[in-house]
Each structure stands twice: as structure tokens, then as C-alpha cells.
Design a protein around this ligand. Structure first.
Ligand code: TA6
Length: 298
């Protein structure tokens, strides 16, 4: 283990440590004056973010696998370069299974810490135009996540989907409302991809929910009555928001997810999927940005 002390700013020094995480997978632990974060190199996967004096913001399954080539269940899987199934390939792309390279640890003024990762070259990438994918995690009182994709081709468009598949920890999903999607069109995956429009200003969850909201850049709030917490999800360069809770039957079918854990989580995911997939011209970059913050619910 090695530890790096970062210069102090008004928020105090940040600390970054390299550790063996679960399953002996390499992991980075970042501590700032406000919060702690854990990031696995596999998938550049943020598994933990906790502000001082608050419960964790991110849900992580007790049954998650921590093994090479197996996705981690919880935290923030990076879904890229496709979302959902693809014939003969892994669901949700290959980015979440690769060991990302740690490129930079940068203390910022005021005590926050930014860490930058890069997706390594891999055989699966060869069916796409040449590209680079960087992921910058900035830890402070908030958690800021940026997925920067650059099309390095001089001739071809790069068509892809991206999504930060964020699992949030909640006290009781039945006591949660999700605001910000009223009036938005969505595909209802539990109704055979039926096209619908959200009629509720405050979405409540009382059965399986798997919805792809499209053409929305709106921020989303998760109001959690049991934990008395409001989570704010702000995003840029994202036109899709996915809301998912597997509920009882699906939870029982997932080997890496506890039977009762659906009660303590909800996924609100930000990205560009389905009809919002990105078409990046040669030489251009996209920068999907998601910032997570929380405050007491009054
Ligand atoms: O984003 C929702 C979703 O696509 C669901 O349909 C569900 O399958 C979930 O992702 C989890 O996928 P995973 O491959 O991680 O089991």
C-alpha cells in the first residue's frame, strides 16, 4: 500500500491510498475533508461514496462478485460502448470489465481530489473506430463523474451509447419519490418496451421498474423519507435517464444480489442510450458529466 498526501487547501488535505480491495482486486481509496470514496481499477468502478456523518450514498450489494471479468453489483458501473444486450457480447459493454489505467491523481484548490483513468486498448474495441475513453472522478462534498470519449478516427463516425449506471442507497424504496421526470417520454422495459409518457411528478416504486427516459437533460432528485435525505443528480451531455429497481422476483433471480436488497436501492442512471445514442464525428469528443450531492430532507 502506498499513500499520497495532497497539498492542503481550504478543505484540508486529500489522501489517496492504493489497496488490495475485495477479491484482491486493486482499489483506490480517496479521502477528503468531506467524504471518502473507493474506486476499483476494474471498470474504474466507484463502489463507495460517503459524506462524513451521512450513510453511504451508493448502494453496493452484499452479494456482489469481486472477481476478474465479473461485473460489480452496485456503485457506478460504467456502461460503454453499448447499453443492454448485444448479440454474442457482454451486456452493457466491455468497459466495466476492463482494468482501467490510472493516469493522474490531481489535488485541486480547496481540498478536492481528481483521479483520471483511461480504458486500455482491448480486442473488443477493434470493431469500433479508434477512440480513447477517459474517466475523471472528482471527490469533495460532491461526487463528480466525467466520461470523456474521443473519436480518434480521421474518417469515421463513432456511434456508441454511454451510461453511468448509478445505484443509490435508500432507507426503504417504498418511501422514496423521484422527481424531475414528469412529462418525459420513456420506454417501459417491463411492458415490452412500450412507449409511454411519465404522468407523475413524483415517481413512487411499488413493483419492478425498468424505464429508459429519453430526450431529458433535467436534474433528478431522490427524496428519501426514511433516511431523511435528498439526493440531487445533475448532469451534462446526457439525454437519457434510466430508472431501475428489480423488485422481488428479479432480485431472487440475480445470483449477485440479495433477495431483500431491492428495498435498499434504486438506480437512477445518466447517459445517452437507445434513440439518444451518440454519433461522434471524426476528431470530436463527448463529455458525459454527472454530479451527485445530498442534503437533509426537510
Ligand atoms: O439499467 C437497467 C438495466 O439495463 C436493467 O434492465 C437490468 O438488467 C440492469 O440494467 C442490470 O444489468 P446487469 O447487466 O448489471 O445485471
Amino acid at each position: 500500500m502506498s499513500t499520497t498526501e495532497q497539498p492542503s487547501g481550504t478543505g484540508g488535505p486529500g489522501r489517496v491510498a492504493f489497496l488490495d480491495g475485495r477479491g484482491e482486486l486493486p482499489m483506490l481509496e480517496v479521502a477528503t475533508a468531506w467524504s471518502t470514496v473507493e474506486i476499483y481499477l476494474q471498470g474504474a468502478h466507484v463502489t463507495h461514496f460517503r459524506k462524513k456523518n451521512e450513510p453511504p450514498l451508493l448502494f453496493l450489494s452484499q452479494c456482489s462478485r469481486f472477481a476478474e471479468d465479473q461485473p460489480i453489483r452496485g456503485g457506478v458501473p460504467i456502461v460503454f460502448p453499448w447499453f443492454g444486450p448485444r448479440e454474442g457480447m457482454n451486456q452493457h459493454g466491455f468497459a466495466r470489465l476492463k482494468n482501467w489505467e490510472l493516469k493522474e491523481v490531481a489535488p485541486a484548490p480547496g481540498g478536492s481530489v481528481s483521479v483520471r483513468f483511461r480504458l486500455p486498448d482491448c480486442p473488443e474495441a477493434s470493431s469500433f473506430p479508434p477512440f480513447t475513453a477517459d474517466y475523471v472522478v472528482t471527490v469533495s462534498e460532491t461526487l463528480k463523474l466525467e466520461l470523456i470519449v474521443t473519436n480518434n478516427s480521421t474518417t469515421d463516425e463513432f456511434v456508441f451509447e454511454d451510461c453511468l449506471h448509478t445505484y443509490f442507497e435508500v432507507g426503504d424504496v417504498r418511501a422514496v419519490s423521484i422527481k424531475g421526470l414528469g412529462g418525459t417520454a420513456y420506454l417501459d422495459k417491463v411492458a415490452n418496451f412500450a412507449q409511454k409518457t411519465e404522468t407523475d411528478e413524483a415517481i413512487r416504486i411499488a413493483s419492478e421498474v425498468d424505464r429508459i427516459y429519453v430526450n431529458t437533460s433535467a436534474p433528478v432528485e431522490i427524496l428519501d423519507a426514511k433516511l431523511a435525505r435528498k439526493i440531487l443528480i445533475q448532469k451534462q451531455a446526457s439525454l437519457s435517464t434510466v430508472v431501475w429497481n428489480p423488485w422481488i422476483a428479479k432480485a431472487q433471480q440475480m445470483p449477485d444480489f440479495g433477495n431483500e436488497e431491492y428495498e435498499r436501492m434504486v438506480c437512477v442512471e445518466s447517459g445517452n442510450v437507445g434513440s439518444n445514442q451518440l454519433r461522434l464525428p471524426p476528431g470530436q469528443s463527448s463529455r458525459l458529466t454527472v454530479e451527485l450531492s445530498s442534503s437533509p430532507l426537510r
